[in-house]
Design a protein around this ligand. Structure first.
Ligand code: ADP
Length: 507
């Protein structure tokens, strides 16, 4: 087993990994920039090393300093978390060359999956359905047009080296190809130093559904079911759930098998995610993320498998202790990514100092956070403050639980995305599970524009109580301690403040 692990990350994911280490008796080494000197991940870890000034390029992206810190503190492994250097093949290589264990797949696997055309080639060879289109980069707009004519418009031009939605252009008719091609190429060149572009069909109403895989060093790969991640804004996921409200058991099985084949095609070791687009009962490989995913907790909830624990065990060479048949999905889990973004101002990044932090508790609620009271939210890093995760017996219970938990979550001192999440949880299409990747843009008015945060919170609480009441009535009369019948209205209405939050507000 590993003895001491350096976590090359910050925020909620560093905290999550430190917790995993502690449960396994592994010592943790945190790293921090000057902006994070007193952040929760630093306070929680067994050891902490300063790696530089606040900008990521001078701190969390400094591969050399991270490896140096690991060697200096006697760590035997580095866990990269997600983001930062997690999917940089050179970093994995550097770590291994220093004689340390990289908690993740081989550098070669990361490199192969980081190139979209290479990944598509490998997936096609492994029999995994890919979005119809080319697997090679095209050299000119004319070549792109030939492919587009065959596929039919609209098409999507994509950068082979792409990431974060950069170097992507939707083209609806032949006349737009030349300009879009040049635009995509320029953007990709600037962002990735590689202007290779390829063409694929543009799906108009897909869902984003991804499968979690886990592989060990002994050739076993299993999948842990899917996550529905269609609720996105500018390609950033905002709400995720497991399982997807639409997949049948047969589809889950088919997608799961395809995901395992995809992972096997690159000898995958560790936790990884195969992302698919799903439309009209068909699914297509989109990309593989060769790391732990932000939304991994919903999978942990429904499978009961601790993904960080298994990342660490597999990295140490242990075989998986379960087979595909052992993995059962129980109940339904939802995650809301709570960010420091001002929803009413169009998701404008917000700054401030967290004055009050009230974390929801009670059955089926989990908070994976990276903040504490007094925490200064700046603009150096991504705006994720924490993740609110709920697990219920079924989707309806999970939704009711999330509404309740969002109502209890209190973050004062910085604007957050809570009003958005609260609005989603009462939005009828969401409640029906009727989602596509266009969900947020198509519901912008309801979710962002018209609903005052306070009203949305009140509405959520009111609806949750109504449903609770209806369920209780369906179950027959319940008696209070004094023998009198009582309803959820009376029970729950009392402690709820007019804001819809049960926490007292500080003046
Ligand atoms: P990146 O690596 O830049 O994030 P992806 O290939 O993962 O690029 O695509 C980002 C997002 O763009 C997807 O989550 C999806 O919302 C949308 N997208 C990608 N490919 C297609 C497609 N062929 N049709 C429709 N939407 C797509």
């Amino acid at each position: 087993m590993l003895r001491r692990v350096l976590i090359a990350n910050r925020g909620e994911i560093a905290v999550r990994i430190i917790r995993g280490c502690r449960e396994m008796g592994i010592e943790s080494v945190a790293v921090f920039s000057d902006a994070d000197r007193r952040s929760p991940h630093v306070l929680l870890a067994d050891h902490a090393v300063r790696i530089g000034p606040p900008p990521s390029v001078d701190s969390y992206l400094r591969a050399d300093r991270l490896v140096e810190a690991a060697l200096a503190t006697g760590a035997d492994a580095i866990h990269p978390g997600y983001g930062f250097l997690a999917e940089r093949a050179e970093f994995a290589r550097l770590v291994t060359e220093a004689g340390l264990v990289f908690v993740g797949p081989e550098a070669g696997t990361i490199a192969a999956m980081g190139d979209k055309t290479e990944a598509r080639r490998r997936m096609r060879a492994a029999g995994v359905p890919i979005v119809p289109g080319a697997v090679d980069a095209v050299a000119s707009p004319e070549e792109a047009e030939t492919i587009a004519d065959e596929l039919g418009f609209p098409v999507l031009l994509k950068a082979a080296a792409g990431g974060g939605g950069k170097g992507m252009r939707v083209v609806t008719e032949p006349g737009g190809l030349a300009r879009a091609f040049e635009g995509a190429r320029r953007e990709a060149e600037a962002a990735f130093g590689d202007g290779s572009i390829y063409v694929e069909r543009y799906l108009d109403r897909p869902r984003h559904i991804e499968i979690q895989v886990l592989g060990d060093r002994h050739g076993t790969i299993v999948h842990l079911g899917e996550r529905e991640c269609s609720i996105q804004r500018r390609h950033q996921k905002l709400v995720e759930e497991a399982p997807s409200p639409v997949l049948s058991a047969e589809e889950r099985e088919r997608m799961g098998r395809a995901a395992v084949a995809a992972a096997a095609a690159v000898d995958y070791v560790g936790a990884g995610t195969i992302e698919f687009l799903y439309q009209d009962g068909e699914f297509y490989f989109l990309e593989m993320n060769t790391r732990l995913q932000v939304e991994h907790p919903v999978t942990e909830c429904v499978t009961g498998i601790d993904l960080v624990e298994w990342q660490l065990r597999v990295a140490a060479g242990e075989p998986l202790a379960f087979t595909q048949e052992d993995i059962r999905l129980v109940g339904h889990a939802i995650e809301c990514r709570i960010t420091s973004e001002d929803v009413a101002a169009g998701f404008l990044p917000a700054t401030g100092v967290v004055r009050t932090l009230g974390i929801p508790q009670g059955a089926g609620v989990r908070w994976d956070g990276g903040i504490g009271e007094g925490f200064a939210v700046g603009l150096h890093y991504d705006p994720l403050l924490g993740k609110l995760i709920v697990h219920g017996a079924d989707r309806n219970q999970a939704i009711a639980r999330m509404r309740r938990a969002l109502g209890e979550l209190l973050i004062e001192g910085v604007a957050t995305s809570v009003p958005f999440h609260t609005a989603v949880m009462v939005e009828p299409d969401f409640m029906r599970g009727d989602l596509t990747i266009r969900y947020v843009e198509e519901h912008e008015q309801t979710l962002v524009g018209t609903l005052e945060p306070e009203r949305a919170a009140n509405l959520a609480v009111a609806i949750a109580l109504l449903e609770h009441d209806a369920r209780n009535r369906a179950r027959g009369p319940r008696r209070g301690p004094d023998g009198a019948g009582f309803s959820a209205w009376r029970q729950a209405a009392l402690p709820v403040q007019p804001t819809g939050r049960p926490w007292p507000r500080r003046p």
